[in-house]
Design a binder for this molecule. Structure first.
Ligand SMILES: Cc1cc2nc3c(=O)[nH]c(=O)nc-3n(C[C@H](O)[C@H](O)[C@H](O)COP(=O)(O)OP(=O)(O)OC[C@H]3O[C@@H](n4cnc5c(N)ncnc54)[C@H](O)[C@@H]3O)c2cc1C
Length: 429
């Protein structure tokens, strides 16, 4: 690729989003004396999305999966954090517009603003189902699940058949993990918290339009997840599209109505309505922004789009990568290296994804890990691998230790876990 002329001294880089992509890009630039980096996020923390389902099902505290951005970059004198919502871009004037009227000038821009929950236009889904995409979503879901259980204990007559029904829509990794963890939450609530709920009649139903769970995995992994979920008491309803969602349940395309006390939405991603949708070039599947091999916009080579927001090519001219954390981390790092190449007057390079494999857990001592080459690891070994990998990628030494201690504690003392309904407490005067 062509080399670009040397950029001015101390180039200004703005990174939008402190998710996996934005943090990786900023880490590559932190501590240098030739760039000033401003990382902007609407939250003052980075969220470790793969463990959100554990917050939602009262396995981990919100603070276990969120880490302040200022703490991550506290020692890097060239990195500034800006807590603000970005509302748009002036690509010609090279400015990022913030809510409230401020703007930030840049020489290079890295957009890593992620995606959002996809409701596929299904009637009532956005209004009545509970998505799991942000820390706020996870807290809302935890409050709702625990409130349903308390209500069933106190007023069984208000719950049909006296036993709650939870429907999870979407049998990808998030839906499978949430359904598995929900069954365990119910077990703890009944066996240890002595909630007066008929465990045998309480239902966790996992619904998907596709023909198998974990469709992105090898069929062997899907079969294992399917059998493990059924063994643990999850009802699987595959090849079952949802037609609409109402406050009291879902209507299936077959015409069957499935009563539910809570509907968890884990069905897909979209760029619609997100910040990246305001950028040019959103023709790729899912509305993702089309980027060149170096991950920049064709018309604005000083602008990079990475992670979930972009159709990150697997290699030069290749198919888009999946929207997973490794792609965000690697593409964020690649964008930062291209910024440094520009500063050095060196040629840019094409991004190539290094696939390290995919994993999903189904509950205690049950997970699948699938590597690009080699066997599919299942069961306890897969689960230990899953635990180890998530600890490695959690940000901050203290965060890792805290989560490890919490997991060990929960493993030894099953009833422990933050089963707190905080929604009402937060609205107290
Ligand atoms: C529940 C769940 C579970 C997952 N589990 C896994 C898993 O097990 N393994 C895996 O590999 N992947 C998993 N993923 C996918 C993975 O988390 C994403 O691919 C990854 O987070 C994408 O990183 P990103 O940096 O592109 O976006 P994100 O991590 O989503 O970060 C985007 C950031 O941009 C900020 N932002 C957005 N808009 C604005 C704005 N207008 N102004 C300011 N800031 C803004 C957000 O606040 C956020 O901090 C999961 C995702 C979810 C939702």
């Amino acid at each position: 690729m062509t080399a670009r002329g040397p950029a001015p001294e101390r180039s200004q880089v703005v990174v939008v989003g402190a998710g996996f992509g934005g943090i990786a890009a900023t880490r590559h630039l932190a501590g240098r004396d030739d760039v000033d980096v401003t990382i902007v996020d609407q939250h003052n923390f980075h969220t470790f999305l793969p463990l959100l389902y554990q917050v939602a099902t009262a396995g981990l505290e919100p603070a276990d999966v969120a880490y302040p951005v200022r703490t991550i970059f506290g020692r890097a004198a060239n990195v500034t954090f800006r807590h603000a919502q970005v509302v748009g871009f002036d690509l010609v004037g090279r400015r990022v517009r913030l809510a409230g009227g401020d703007d930030l000038a840049y020489d290079h821009l890295v957009v890593a603003s992620g995606a959002a929950a996809q409701f596929f236009g299904i009637d009532g889904a956005a209004a009545h189902a509970l998505p799991l995409y942000t820390l706020g979503d996870a807290r809302r879901l935890r409050n709702r699940l625990l409130t349903v259980l308390e209500t069933a204990d106190a007023h069984p007559e208000t719950v049909d058949d006296g036993a709650p029904v939870f429907v999870v829509v979407g049998a990808g990794p998030t839906g499978v993990e949430t359904a598995g963890a929900l069954v365990e939450l119910l077990e703890v609530c009944v066996r240890h918290d002595r909630l007066r709920i008929d465990a045998a009649r309480t239902r966790v139903v996992l619904v998907d339009a596709g023909s198998r769970v974990l469709a992105g995995f090898d069929p062997v992994a899907s079969r294992y997840a399917d059998e493990t979920l059924r063994d643990r008491g999850v009802e699987l309803r595959l090849e079952t599209p949802v037609a609409s969602v109402a406050p009291d349940g879902v209507l299936l395309a077959s015409g069957e109505r499935l009563r539910a006390d809570a509907v968890v939405w884990a069905a897909g991603l979209t760029l619609d309505g997100t910040l990246a949708a305001t950028l040019p070039g959103g023709q790729a599947p899912g509305g993702r922004v089309t980027v060149g091999d170096d991950l920049s916009l064709t018309a604005h080579p000083e602008v990079f789009v990475v992670g979930d927001a972009a159709a990150v090519p697997r290699g030069p001219g290749g198919e888009p990568c999946p929207q997973v954390a490794q792609v965000a981390i690697q593409s964020g790092g690649h964008a930062a290296r291209q910024v440094l190449a520009d500063l050095a007057g060196a040629p840019r390079t094409a991004f190539t994804y290094f696939d390290k494999g995919i994993m999903a857990t189904i509950g205690r001592r049950a997970a699948v890990a699938q590597f690009p080459r080699g066997p599919i690891v299942r069961g306890t070994l897969g689960w230990l691998g899953w635990l180890g990998l998530h600890l490695v990628y959690l940000i901050g030494f203290r965060g890792r230790i805290k989560v490890l201690v919490n997991w060990c504690w929960r493993y030894l003392d099953w009833p422990s876990g933050p089963r707190l309904i905080v929604g009402d407490a937060e609205s107290d005067p």
